[in-house]
Design a protein around this ligand. Sequence first.
Ligand SMILES: O=C(CO)COP(=O)(O)O
Length: 137
Amino acid sequence: MTARKCMALIAHDLKKQDMAEFAKAHESVLADWWIVATGTTGGRVQEACPGLDVTRLKSGPLGGDQQIGALIATGDVDLLIFFIDPLTALPHDVDVKALTRLATVYDIPMALNRATAERLVDFRPLSAPGAVTVCQG
Ligand SMILES: O=C(CO)COP(=O)(O)O
């Protein structure tokens, strides 16, 4: 995997338009990241922002959520933005739970809605240049 900081983008179907608009609105920030995304979400992000470095994995219901979970487990994901749809039943709900669980286990900054994503999008991983240093003592 690359040393570049990695942001995972995922959106459920009714949230994909929101994700495309979010990516467009923050295109210059996202340009500094390597983006991994589930298949359909990644396609929408690429359509909205053709210049971004987007790696599309499998579609969520076909294993894409699990692929992103695996990348979290190997330490390759620094930030997860996942626009979930809490009002629609999903066949792969267990995969969604597994992914959000792994992000919690590995303490990955995670936005599950746009309001939080808007606040996290300027996030810099602590190891990145310009990261905020927390004063101790
Ligand atoms: O279902 C998803 C996440 O659970 C998203 O997958 P797609 O981006 O392929 O639609």
